[in-house]
Design a protein around this ligand. Structure first.
Ligand code: ZN
Ligand code: ZN
Length: 350
């Protein structure tokens, strides 16, 4: 397809757009009658992973990996969808002439890319993804395709994540150098929390890690799935009235807890936050973070560009994040791209 690099938006739409296109509820596959990660309850949904902006409750039928289904049930209850159908990595199911195959996305435990084939065209809906090694999930699998549907959470050249183990070491060093303080690490509960624990262990941190109550269930879930987290303990409500001394200890909590009342129980807390957003100083300041750790479960700018090129896609559709910047860059590279303008996504996993 010949396109002027200056006007990617004006390119003639790819034929796949006739059977897979955005609706107000989300990306819809017409012959299959299903949505991928819809933002409202629908009859049939394929869910890429368990983060709340992708996996919602109330669908009639859900097709997802066993891990994603288990995470949905854990967070929303057993009856959060009418019917669940498991699909394992590498497996294919056919719905009205559409082949649906699921491959790992490397984002969090159970996260999947949805490979759709219809009319001799292959579209890969990648969901959220990253390429770097993560000990808590299956690695991203590259699938060559005609149309690649990508996220754009960190689609600005400024976003370059640091090697994750290096960031874990910086935190450990800070804990060791300030034994009188409690270190509070802000992490999202699904994925980032368990990855940071695994990274800290990999970097040689063997002490007990104290977990905010909101992080406990999902961490237990990872352990049930065979991931070792080492020694950790929930922070109780302190019913005994005994104030435990957390000096020199590492506490992990949801990012919002860093600055709320909950944090005041700790002596002279040193605050850290593990997120791709920590590349931006203003964000770190906004959260009151002393030690920003640039660790992300999303692809950074070079990873996004490299992945798109490697898929060999003739056209790229961008779901959520910095769509404009990515569409513009791909235009400069001569790859037709368009923003799907899907609504309802945020950055829970970050
Ligand atoms: Zn997302
Ligand atoms: Zn996610």
């Amino acid at each position: 397809m010949q396109t002027s690099p200056k006007s990617p938006q004006s390119s003639k739409a790819h034929p796949a757009g006739r059977w897979l296109y955005p609706r107000p509820e989300g990306l819809f596959c017409e012959p299959g009658g299903f949505y991928v990660d819809p933002n409202k309850p629908v009859d049939k949904a394929v869910i890429t992973h368990g983060h709340a902006d992708h996996a919602r409750r109330g669908h009639g039928a859900v097709l997802a990996t066993p891990e994603t289904i288990a995470i949905m049930k854990l967070r929303y209850g057993e009856d959060c969808a009418g019917v669940f159908q498991h699909i394992d990595y590498g497996q294919t199911v056919s719905v009205n002439g559409v082949n649906i195959r699921i491959v790992p996305a490397g984002h969090i435990l159970g996260s999947a890319q949805v490979v759709l084939e219809h009319n001799a065209t292959r579209v890969v809906v990648s969901g959220d993804y990253k390429r770097v090694f993560d000990p808590t999930c299956e690695p991203f699998e590259l699938v060559p395709c005609d149309v690649f549907v990508t996220e754009a959470t960190f689609a600005l050249p400024v976003f370059r994540h640091e090697p994750a183990v290096k960031e874990a070491r910086r935190l450990i060093e800070s804990v060791r150098q300030q034994p009188e303080r409690t270190h509070m690490l802000g992490v999202y509960g699904l994925g980032k929390c368990q990855r940071m624990i695994a990274l800290l262990r990999q970097a040689g941190f063997e002490e007990t890690i104290h977990l905010h109550g909101a992080l406990v269930e999902l961490t237990q879930f990872y352990e049930q799935r065979g991931f070792t987290m080492g020694s950790w303990r929930p922070i109780g409500k302190d019913s005994s009235g005994q104030r435990q001394d957390y000096a020199g200890q590492l506490v992990m909590c949801p990012p919002s807890a860093i600055s709320d009342r909950w944090s005041r129980r700790f002596p002279d807390p040193a605050t850290a936050f593990a997120s791709g957003w920590m590349r931006v100083r203003g964000r770190a300041r906004q959260y009151g973070v002393e030690l920003p750790l640039i660790v992300s479960d999303h692809a950074d700018w070079p990873e996004l560009i490299a992945t798109i090129k490697e898929t060999g896609a003739e056209e790229v559709w961008v779901t959520h994040g910095r769509e404009d910047a990515l569409v513009h860059q791909l235009g400069l590279m001569g790859i037709p791209a368009r923003a799907l303008a899907l609504v309802g996504f945020d950055d829970e996993g970050e």
